[in-house]
Design a binder for this molecule. Structure first.
Ligand code: NAP
Length: 290
């Protein structure tokens, strides 16, 4: 937080439920301290039935804005004045900026994912790439929209709920004019497409602690050294999926970069300042290990 809380300190909130394991306050307050700007970032455990009141409180109490986490990213949308194009397409918001009483909804999850890919692999560009995303939930939708907006060549969504994957592919195809397919992961077609992909992303909770012995791909042998294999999970830091992919010679990345860069972009929206990325990364690593 700022060295001294005073009458001019602007509050940035984090709304979630549960909230106690969040790493965001450590990361955001480290950035605020580094720049010496007069903000403070505080987590709030919001009653699930009272999210509308919580959003309204941003206006009532002149908060600078709020980050929104599980389970409210979609629920806040009806209470906002405006959405960015990205947030509209995703249908979910993780960052609300209070612009003189106007609440503007942003989604920095997808752009954060792209920034993380670029930070891990300087030469990476989503343009003309074939991407496979396992899972078709909120995270898959955010990264799918961000990739399609940056003119990726093809996106394949594979979810155990096949209908969900098909619906998401339809949205990407119809709204962003990018070749997209939705299917079950248990098909030969899926494994053929996964073998041809430049990037494969796990956007399911499979492999997350305590399910650390599970892997979202049953046939891992399709992975090869020219692929970039990404897991959105960051606890454990190396999932079974990433460990196996690494052994097969692929470049790998976990979900910590996405978490960092969604925070970096949110910080810049809240404060208008360039975020001190190295400071935020260090604080995030400490918070995640704690
Ligand atoms: P979600 O909304 O629950 O979506 C996950 C989807 O994957 C569900 O439809 C689920 O179906 C499906 N699924 C489960 N097992 C599968 C399998 N073996 N193969 C194919 N599909 C499967 O979750 P989310 O919010 O999108 O989050 C997904 C993951 O991303 C989580 O691990 C989350 O922690 C991570 N995440 C990371 C960041 C970051 O910053 N690094 C940000 C957001 C999310 P069922 O519901 O039927 O199981």
């Amino acid at each position: 937080m700022h060295n001294k809380i005073n009458g001019s300190t602007k509050v940035i909130a984090l709304f979630g439920n549960p909230i106690e394991h969040t790493a965001s306050p450590g990361m955001q307050n480290a950035a605020i301290m580094k720049l010496g700007c007069n903000f403070v970032y505080l987590p709030f455990l919001v009653n699930r039935a009272k999210i509308a009141n919580a959003v309204e409180s941003l206006r009532a109490m002149h908060f600078a804005g709020a980050n929104i986490t599980v389970p409210f990213k979609e629920a806040v949308v009806p209470y906002l004045d405006k959405l960015t194009e990205e947030a509209k397409l995703i249908g979910a918001v993780n960052t609300i900026k209070n612009d003189n009483g106007q609440l503007i909804g942003h989604n920095t999850d997808g752009p954060g994912f792209i920034e993380a890919l670029k930070a891990a692999n300087k030469k990476f560009t989503p343009k003309k790439k074939k991407i496979v995303i396992i899972g078709a939930g909120g995270a898959a939708r955010a990264i799918g929209v961000a990739l399609a907006q940056r003119k990726t060549k093809q996106i394949v969504f594979a979810d155990v709920q096949e209908e969900k994957a098909r619906n998401l592919a339809y949205i990407i195809k119809s709204k962003l004019n990018v070749d997209a397919k939705g299917m079950s992961p248990n098909t030969q077609q899926f494994y053929d497409l996964a073998g041809e992909a430049d990037v494969i992303v796990n956007a399911t909770p499979v492999g997350m602690s305590p399910r650390t012995t599970e892997c979202p791909l049953s046939n891992i042998s399709i992975i090869h050294p020219r692929q970039f294999i990404v897991d959105l999970i960051y606890n454990p830091a190396q999932t079974k999926f990433l460990r196996l992919a690494h052994h097969l010679g692929a470049k790998t990345m976990n979900g910590l970069g996405m978490l960092l860069y969604q925070g970096v972009l949110a910080f810049e929206i809240f404060t208008g300042e360039k975020a001190p990325v190295a400071v935020m990364k260090k604080a995030l690593l400490q918070a995640v290990k704690a």
